[in-house]
Design a protein around this ligand. Structure first.
Ligand code: PMT
Length: 400
């Protein structure tokens, strides 16, 4: 799981019905290890009680800027100073206007004005209020000052209307928080291309040759690289996973499409990490119409090799190349052979016969081998932790 230990986050909550999502956000941030201080406008307290936030964060939630009983003198200054990030979710049109004009009229706008931490704003409002020239001008002003926005999204609003104004859902907000905290991380300035998921090679319009890849390993690599400040392009085959926030995602189907997308993405890239399970063979002659069973005793498929993407990409501008090896036997020998044949710096070999590693599960147990043949066996850990450690190695390769 993504670790926010040692991060101080101020969560500003303002008066919108979308405030009902804010305790869940505060809870998820706290579960990830962050110390979350909640500040609310008085109108926000009409939608959610401060005690709800206290319950999930284990810290007092503040809403009264005149609170003489507060244990902290100059509350907004103290919270503002110690924040690594301030998130305002939901942010109403009024709060956005206050931020744009530097008005400090409540604890949220007061803290936002006092902090030097990055500011992430998740608007929530009626679509006409969002589209209004005044709101758009305020948003443009804030963006020009470096404020980040997540959402609003299109969909059904509490009023029953359809339009743009819904606050983003909590998983998206968490991605945006991680993206914001990752800025300036140790992969800043690096472009990293990641592949994930399985390819599907068409037999006919309804059938395909595919594999069990869920995309979890590759998505974890993409998210970990983003969380360290990299510019990330994710080329994904088939997976049910949503696009990670702040990552440039290209969805493809076949090995050939993946090859084309990866080669294009590698222009100007510093590293390519291929966690995708790419088909090695494809139907030589996919047919345009659905193959009928009637009148057939058997069916023979002729398969032709797919392009070997890692081998084909070469070494443009000294690109660091990391492959994965999914093996069911002779893990080390097969992985070493792939370092040679695909010209890799590193290979991450996983034994796909284990029930807690390889395809579909959230954990992996890998053996990492470098181009000099040096091996490291890592214990079972989450795919995110594996991704983080692979990136430690990639970073060292950049430095070398
Ligand atoms: O997606 P998950 O469910 O999380 O599962 C993760 C995983 C098991 C798919 C992942 O950890 C993994 O092992 N990925 C590589 C699977 C694979 O295709 O291995 P391979 O040994 O066939 O290929 C070796 C390397 O060459 C891989 O990096 C592969 O992306 C690449 N390749 C393969 C074929 C091809 N035509 N072109 C390639 O570039």
């Amino acid at each position: 799981m993504y670790n926010l230990t040692d991060k101080q986050i101020v969560l500003g909550v303002t008066g919108s019905i979308a405030a009902y999502k804010a305790p869940d956000l505060a809870s998820k941030l706290t579960q990830a290890g962050a110390a979350v201080d909640v500040v609310m406008t008085e109108s926000a307290t009409r939608f959610v009680a401060p005690i709800t936030f206290q319950g999930v964060t284990g810290r007092r939630a503040y809403h009264d800027m005149w609170d003489e009983a507060s244990e902290i003198a100059e509350l907004h200054v103290v919270l503002a100073r110690r924040a690594d990030l301030m998130v305002i979710a939901p942010a109403t049109a009024t709060t956005i206007a206050r931020l744009a004009h530097g008005l400090a009229e409540d604890l949220v706008s007061l803290t936002a004005l006092a902090t030097q931490a990055p500011l992430l704003v998740a608007p929530a409002m009626d679509p006409h209020m969002w589209e209004h020239a005044a709101t758009q001008a305020n948003v443009a002003t804030l963006r020009s000052r470096g404020v980040s926005f997540v959402g609003p999204e299109e969909g059904r609003l509490a009023s029953g209307q359809m339009g743009t104004g819904r606050m983003s859902e909590v998983p998206v907000l968490l991605g945006a928080v991680r993206n914001a905290l990752g800025r300036g991380g140790n992969l800043t300035g690096k472009k990293i291309v990641v592949s994930a998921g399985g390819t599907r090679e068409a037999i006919d319009p309804v059938r395909f040759v595919g594999n069990e890849s869920s995309g979890k390993m590759g998505f974890a690599v993409a998210e970990a690289a983003r969380d360290r400040g990299a510019e990330v392009v994710l080329v994904s085959g088939q997976t049910a996973l949503p696009d990670p926030y702040g990552v440039d995602v290209h969805r493809v189907r076949s090995a050939t499409q993946m090859r084309d997308a990866v080669l294009a993405a590698c222009d100007g890239a510093h590293a390519l990490i291929m966690a995708a399970a790419v088909a090695d063979f494809q139907p030589a002659e996919p047919v345009g119409e659905k193959i009928k069973r009637k009148g057939r005793e058997s069916l023979t498929l002729h398969l032709a090799p797919t392009p070997d993407i890692l081998a084909e990409v070469g070494r443009p501008q000294g690109l660091v190349k990391v492959g994965f090896a999914a093996e069911s036997q002779d893990l080390v020998a097969n992985a070493k052979a792939k370092i040679e044949s695909k010209g890799l710096d590193l290979i991450v070999a996983n034994d796909i016969t284990a029930s807690d590693a390889g395809f579909s599960v959230d954990t992996n147990r890998v053996l990492v081998i470098d181009s000099k043949g040096e091996q490291e066996e890592w214990p079972l850990m989450t795919k995110y932790e594996v991704a983080w450690r692979i990136l430690d190695k990639v970073q060292r390769l950049f430095e070398a």
